[in-house]
Design a protein around this ligand. Structure first.
Ligand code: ADP
Ligand code: MG
Length: 251
């Protein structure tokens, strides 16, 4: 039985979505949770972040060109992924053509039906509102929103939350916004502290402890490593461990 299905989403790029997916998932895996990560972003590169090689990707899964088991690749102990790349752009076009829109929205849910043996399934969303992200939203029950505290965080965040609320009212959706994760936080900057204060004012206990801006977090993907592998004693590792703790308690 899958215990939790989580989407990491923000309609803005570069807010730390993939970094959060990688270090949340690997942190959970280290604690013995069995985790499957699914990359929904054609430009996201989850497989690269984890240095995983693959033959079949999300595109093959969506189009029924490969079995589910063939699309799942082992990344670490307790951690598997379904990779995604630019072939998704074409696959999405084909999806539209396969059946009616209603069916197309549930393609991923259909194809994922055989997924078993995991405690967590975690989706790395693309920053766009697309048929594929709609497929993802119809599957997950919880949404985590990483918010970069250094860039118009508040305006953007309210837009994302309002959009998600509107989508969650549509038939078939079961997700809830469970956590806002401030990222790229620089405590010495007044603006960042002010953004934190306002986030807490608006979203109260839904705001997680911030992930600090840390050069180690930006270097780790270049080495295909998680932050725990690359710099176990860094601020980034400490902050993501704390997030893992928070997410396990939320459940
Ligand atoms: N807290 C952080 N501190 C410093 N760099 C970060 C941090 N989080 C992410 N990065 C870097 O910023 C870039 C964008 O992060 P990423 O997770 O890929 O964003 P997204 O998936 O939302 O587009 C990447 O190069 C990543 O390594
Ligand atoms: Mg990404």
């Amino acid at each position: 039985m899958i215990k939790r299905t989580i989407g990491v989403l923000n309609y803005k790029g570069g807010t730390g979505k993939t970094t959060t997916v990688v270090n949340l998932a690997s942190g959970l895996a280290e604690r013995g949770e069995r985790v499957l990560c699914v990359d929904l972003d054609a430009q996201g590169g989850l497989a690269t972040y984890l240095d995983v090689h693959y033959t079949y990707s999300l595109s093959h899964l969506l189009l029924g060109q490969a079995e589910l088991a063939a699309c799942i690749v082992r990344a670490r102990d307790n951690l598997d992924i379904i990779a995604c790349d630019r072939t998704l752009f074409q696959a999405e076009g084909e999806l539209w053509r396969l059946g009616n829109t209603q069916q197309a929205r549930y393609t991923l849910t259909e194809r994922m039906r055989g997924v078993e043996g995991y405690d967590y399934v975690i989706f790395d969303f693309s920053p766009s509102i697309s048929l594929v992200s709609e497929n993802g939203l119809l599957y997950v029950k919880e949404i985590l929103v990483p918010v970069a505290t250094n860039y118009l965080a508040l305006v953007g965040t309210r837009q994302v939350i309002d959009t998600l609320k509107a989508i969650s009212q549509l038939p078939g959706h079961q997700f809830q916004l469970s956590l806002i994760i401030p990222t790229f936080f620089q405590g010495r900057l007044r603006k960042d502290r002010e953004v934190m204060r306002l986030l807490r004012q608006y979203f109260s206990d839904k705001v997680a402890h911030p992930i600090r801006s840390d050069v180690k977090l930006s270097e780790a993907p270049g080495h295909g490593m998680t932050i725990y592998e690359y710099a176990a004693n860094s601020n980034g590792a400490a902050d993501y461990r704390r997030l893992v703790e928070r997410v396990t308690k939320n459940g």
